[in-house]
Design a protein around this ligand. Structure first.
Ligand code: UGA
Length: 446
């Protein structure tokens, strides 16, 4: 039986408690508050809590600061430190804490277990507890079975998140699908109702299947990326063009064009972690999931291959060359540097004796401690000044919009190596550049 005095209060699904103001928790809380729910966001870190109460998000996510300020002012969102306060009257508690990989690549579940115990303890009668954190298959069922059962123990529901950094608020407003898993179908239906935005396709299943949907989705997308990157190698060897090949393959509705963009492979906090975690789960259960190791290897190779490409564009070696790296974040629209391709690429280049400068519209602050000794310049034109090669690592729209003639005048050579295939090579060739990209024919000055 819950022990807190507020535990027996009646609760309503109109009030939601989100535990953990990390990336998923914060965007979920803000999205639900924007949708008119009464949301309490629980955060224990004092500095983060203060920042949030001032309406400032600790992460860069388009639109987030504005909506955060709006929902705080409207009183739809409260940032709280105490679970009893957070759960008072809440019909739904969402645990959105981290599951960082252990040294073995397994998911560390300690934060989830703690959050779940807290929420269960403070839950009012009729409340549902949701696990939104990405957890290995079987976790929700195991945690549900491990709890003291009794009258008032809230049902446990698994509801994986599919938000993409950079477009998280949009993804919340227009989810492509919902997956909800658990034994208690009524509880699952309530959670589906919370996240549904008018006719969102919804799959209600058991919790272990829901967990596998999440790992399976991220791993499949990672496989698609590694597949297209391998195919890009073949394009370079045979003279084909990877964009045309991807368009042709992706036009088959059974395959789809999404995640067939060749480049520097996947980074971020999710794909690398989830592919490894799924591989670990498979290894634990006996059969190996060979394809996942291949995807991981191809992804790592892709970064090394790219450095080789830069070297050959510079005539065989990068030593003593000045290289301007445009883009540090793992993808555009975020300042997240976790598993960013830029880290490996810049380290390889620097180890080979290149003098590297780097720029990014938003990630310099987070990147600086990870890349000591690298000159970080907020102004891309300052970054390219004197460069022997300009290297694109993140496909920010800001870089497409640069005055490339001016870049050419500032750099010591008109050479672009585009790791994200995001620039118009023909246009650059017209401006006198040599343009090298991934899986496409190089362009030379007209
Ligand atoms: C990913 C999934 O797309 C979300 O659905 C999921 O909720 C999230 O992980 C998560 O598990 O939390 P995210 O990591 O934000 O979202 O980024 P993506 O847009 O999926 O891109 C991942 C990586 O793949 C990036 O480094 C991107 O540059 C790379 N990528 C993507 C490619 O190299 N090629 C592509 O065609 C697409």
């Amino acid at each position: 039986m819950p022990s807190a005095p507020l535990a027996l209060s009646t609760c309503s699904d109109q009030t939601v408690c989100v535990i953990g103001a990390g990336y998923v928790g914060l965007t979920t809380a803000v999205g639900l508050a924007e949708d008119g729910r009464q949301v309490r966001l629980l955060e224990i870190d004092e500095a983060r809590l203060q920042l949030l109460r001032e309406g400032r998000a600790p992460i860069h996510e388009p639109g987030l600061d504005e909506v955060l300020t709006r929902v705080l002012r409207a009183g739809h969102l409260e940032v709280v430190q105490d679970i009893t306060e957070g759960m008072a009257g809440a019909g739904i508690a969402i645990t959105a804490v981290g599951t960082p990989p252990t040294v073995d690549g397994e998911a560390d579940l300690r934060q989830v277990e703690r959050a779940l115990a807290q929420a269960t303890e403070a839950a009012g009668e009729g409340a549902v507890v949701v696990i939104k954190s990405t957890v290995p298959p079987g976790t929700t069922a195991r945690l549900a079975a491990g709890r003291r059962r009794g009258h008032g123990t809230p049902p446990l529901v698994m509801c994986p998140e599919f938000l993409r950094e950079g477009t998280a608020l949009e993804d919340l407003r227009r989810p492509a699908r919902l997956v909800v898993g658990g034994d208690d179908r009524q509880a699952c239906a309530r959670v589906a109702e919370l996240f549904s935005r008018g006719g969102t396709p919804t799959h209600i299943t058991d919790s272990t299947s829901a967990e596998l949907v999440k790992y399976g989705s991220n791993s499949f997308l990672a496989l698609k990326i590694s597949f297209i990157n391998e195919l890009a190698q073949l394009c370079e060897a045979t003279g084909a063009d990877i964009e045309s090949v991807a368009d042709g393959i992706g036009a088959d509705p059974r395959i789809g064009r999404g995640f067939l963009n060749a480049g520097l492979g996947y980074g971020g906090s999710c794909f690398p972690k989830d592919v490894r975690a799924l591989e670990n789960v498979a290894a634990y259960h006996g059969p190996s999931f060979w394809m996942l190791q291949a995807a991981i290897d191809v992804n790592a190779q892709q970064r090394r291959r790219f450095v080789g490409k830069v070297a050959s564009a510079l005539g065989g070696a990068v030593e003593d060359s000045r290289i301007a790296v445009l883009g540090l974040a793992f993808k555009p629209g975020t300042d997240d540097m976790r598993q960013a391709a830029s880290i490996d690429i810049i380290r390889y280049l620097a180890d080979l004796g290149a003098v590297v400068t780097a720029t990014d519209p938003v990630a310099i602050e987070r990147a600086t401690p990870l890349l000591p000794g690298i000159a970080m310049l907020a102004d891309p034109y300052a970054c390219v000044t004197g460069a022997d090669a300009v290297v694109i690592v993140t496909e920010w729209a800001e870089f497409r919009g640069l005055d490339w003639d001016r870049v050419g005048r500032l750099a010591s050579r008109r050479l672009v190596v585009d790791g994200r295939n995001c620039l118009d090579g023909r246009e650059l060739a017209r401006l006198g550049y040599t343009y090298v990209s991934v899986g496409r024919r190089s362009q030379t000055p007209d």
